[in-house]
Design a protein around this ligand. Structure first.
Ligand SMILES: *[C@@H]1O[C@H](CO)[C@@H](O)[C@H](O)[C@H]1NC(C)=O
Ligand SMILES: *[C@@H]1O[C@H](CO)[C@@H](O)[C@H](O)[C@H]1NC(C)=O
Length: 293
């Protein structure tokens, strides 16, 4: 009796949790079902089960794919294994974009490097067409050896860039103080690999060595837990109060996240536009003077 009671409640709770955590996940895990190829299908290779996809860059072309849907708020996770060996000049991108003239965009850009030198992770935020918000870090692991999880949490309150759940950057909604914040335009998820050797490595001094190619980056275990924008500008905003990503506990970094965030900034930060007084003639953009969490 006792045993049965425990087993039954355990099963009930377990089922409830599964249903609850999955309720808002809108991706299937199958690249063929959740995405379409945007660039050079013959440079895109997908495993037979659809769960692992590789993008190839060679001297003929780069490649890319994008989500079938557009979203307004949610969390977007992707496991990525970057180009091993000499990847100098190459750029692998994982980003959300509204694809409009006044675009909103949330970018992860992985800048390749010569063998033995670390990959650099550049992030950027475009709000209402304005960008110029670059941040660059080194990673605390070799991102070419294994898959690691790169995530964007995007809600009404903040954007959080995460690497293996470590928050490496935030961009808070300070719209009430006149700072542009992506909150109206739906965005789609895009992945690509391309030749960025005019700027990506040592400011463009190191060129892509095509003899080292083809350059391959692999993707797997994507999870999109977001509101699908169904062409109705009000739909996702009306849903907002009920979506987990807008709840209070996700409106700013918690204590443990703040510690990790400060750790990354202390030891791994290479560049932050908010510290670039020279570039902004000592008048940094407004958001730089406001809270980060
Ligand atoms: C899948 O992942 C592995 C890494 O574990 C990679 O080497 C392989 O090329 C990937 N791509 C495909 C299409 O299977
Ligand atoms: C900074 O000042 C220089 C020279 O006065 C000017 O050319 C440049 O556009 C200014 N930059 C910004 C970001 O205001």
């Amino acid at each position: 009796m006792m045993n049965n009671f425990f087993i039954t409640s355990f099963v009930l709770v377990a089922c409830f949790c599964v249903v609850w955590t999955r309720a808002s996940v809108v991706s299937t895990g199958d690249f063929n079902r959740d995405f379409f190829v945007t660039w050079s299908p013959n440079h895109v290779k997908t495993s037979a089960d659809g769960r692992n996809r590789s993008l190839i860059l060679d001297k003929d072309s780069g490649s890319g794919f994008a989500s079938n849907d557009m979203f307004l708020f949610g969390q977007f996770d992707m496991q990525i294994k970057l180009v091993p060996g000499n990847s100098a000049g190459t750029v692998v991108a994982f980003y959300l974009t509204s694809n409009q003239p006044n675009r909103d965009e949330i970018d992860f850009e992985f800048l390749g490097n010569v063998a033995g030198q670390p990959y650099i992770l550049q992030t950027n935020v475009y709000a209402n067409g304005f960008d110029g918000r670059e941040q660059r870090i080194r990673l605390w692991f070799d991102p070419t050896k294994d898959f690691h999880t790169y995530s964007v949490l995007w809600n009404l309150h903040q954007i959080v860039f995460m690497v293996d759940w470590v928050p490496i950057r935030t961009y808070r909604n300070h719209a009430d103080k006149g700072v542009a914040y992506p909150r109206w335009q739906p965005m789609g998820l895009q992945m690509s690999i391309w030749n960025g050797d005019s700027w990506a490595t040592s400011g463009g001094k190191v060129k892509t060595d095509w003899a080292q190619g083809p350059f391959v980056a692999s993707f797997r275990n994507h999870k999109i837990d977001a509101c699908i924008w169904k062409g109705n500008p009000r739909f996702c905003r009306a849903q907002s109060p009920t979506n987990w990503w807008n709840k209070d506990s996700f409106s700013s970094l918690n204590w443990a996240q703040r510690r990790l965030f400060r750790w990354v900034r202390k030891y791994y930060l290479i560049y932050d536009y908010c510290q670039d007084n020279k570039r902004f003639n000592n008048s940094l953009p407004k958001e730089c003077l406001l809270t980060k969490y």
